[in-house]
Design a protein around this ligand. Structure first.
Ligand code: SF4
Ligand code: MG
Length: 322
């Protein structure tokens, strides 16, 4: 199957301000450092890892909300990087985002009607009547009353606001939706409702998702495949079942050892990692995980393991895996 999205060697280095005046900064934070993955039509690719590992930056690079330092982002075989602005604008209709914070992402002074219709206005689709009709239709699709169009965001709960965000993301009939921690800010009871809505919409509208989360239980329920990120890199990728039952990378093993067992007969021990995630300003040499890795060998300090390319198969970037 052809991938819908193909990301190759994607990098984002943020230059770090230098205190010396008139001197160009030579240091950079390697927020995303050579990431490769594919996303196939109709699937949900989960992206997991501790906070600060580059998940959100990666999402914004895919959507071109921030410009990458280097790399390729092919959407339906067209590279978004370096695309002229008109073509990029029309291609980006097909790639939408849902953000973590349903409170911050909706302007409290703007009515729901306008919030949901905004993408139509930006892309000059339809007139006032047709946009209103689309807004009412979308509100019902996400399980809200169409009369909510005339209200303001502050009148709604967190879960309802996230539904409004989802409606807004659907306005232009996207094919790919990047969900960046879409339920992390919600109460647990509401999380399940929003997750179920996302699943239902995926079936109904043939959506493909990139689903960023640090909650492995949510990921288990939502995702077909998983990419595990550590310090700006993907260290392992595979189907949920493979990653859960047969993790290869020592970091993935530690991460997933914290997920409650699926059965009492499961042979799984909790792995506690030493230390904290190193700074991406000064990542360790060799394998960037070596300082914390319980099974590191000599070569790990000096030699970086091969980069993982996320295809359909299960792969891990570690000297001990082949
Ligand atoms: Fe651990 Fe070495 Fe594998 Fe890195 S390459 S995860 S340090 S064993
Ligand atoms: Mg984040």
């Amino acid at each position: 199957m052809e991938p819908l999205l193909e990301v190759k060697d994607l990098k984002k280095y943020f230059p770090v301000a230098n205190n010396a005046p008139f001197k160009k900064s030579t240091q950079s934070v390697k927020a995303v450092d050579g990431v490769n993955f594919n996303v196939y039509p109709g699937e949900t690719l989960g992206v997991v890892g501790e906070s600060g590992c580059g998940k959100s930056t990666m999402a914004r690079l895919v959507n071109q909300l921030i410009k990458p330092t280097d790399g390729v982002v092919n959407f339906k075989k067209e590279n978004l990087i370096g695309m002229d602005s008109n073509t990029l604008r029309s291609t980006r209709k097909k790639i939408q985002m849902i953000f973590q914070d349903p409170y911050a992402s909706l302007d409290p002074r703007i009515k729901v009607e306008e919030l949901i219709a905004e993408p139509l206005a930006i892309h000059k689709v339809g007139n006032k009547e047709s946009r209103r009709a689309r807004v009412e239709e979308l509100l019902e699709i996400v399980g809200l009353n169409k009369r909510f169009a005339d209200r303001y965001p502050h009148e709604f709960s967190g879960g309802q606001r996230q539904r409004i965000n989802i409606a807004r993301a659907l306005t232009l009939n996207p094919e790919l939706i990047i969900c960046d921690e879409p339920v992390s800010a919600l109460d647990v009871s509401v999380q399940a409702q929003v997750i179920n809505l996302l699943k239902k919409l995926q079936d109904e509208f043939n959506l493909t998702y990139i689903f960023i989360s640090h909650d492995l239980n949510v990921v288990r329920y939502m995702c077909d495949r998983i990419a595990v990120m550590y310090l700006g890199k993907i260290v392992e990728v595979g189907t949920y079942e493979e990653i859960y039952s047969n993790p290869q990378h020592p970091y993935t093993k530690a991460l997933f050892s914290a997920v409650p067992k699926e059965s009492p007969f499961e042979d799984k021990e909790r792995v506690i990692l030493k230390g904290t995630v190193p700074s991406p300003l000064n990542p360790p040499s060799g394998c960037s995980f070596h300082e914390r890795c319980p099974v590191a060998i000599d070569m790990c300090q000096s030699q970086e393991p091969e980069v993982v390319t996320a295809s359909n198969k299960h792969q891990a970037s570690c000297h001990l895996v082949n």
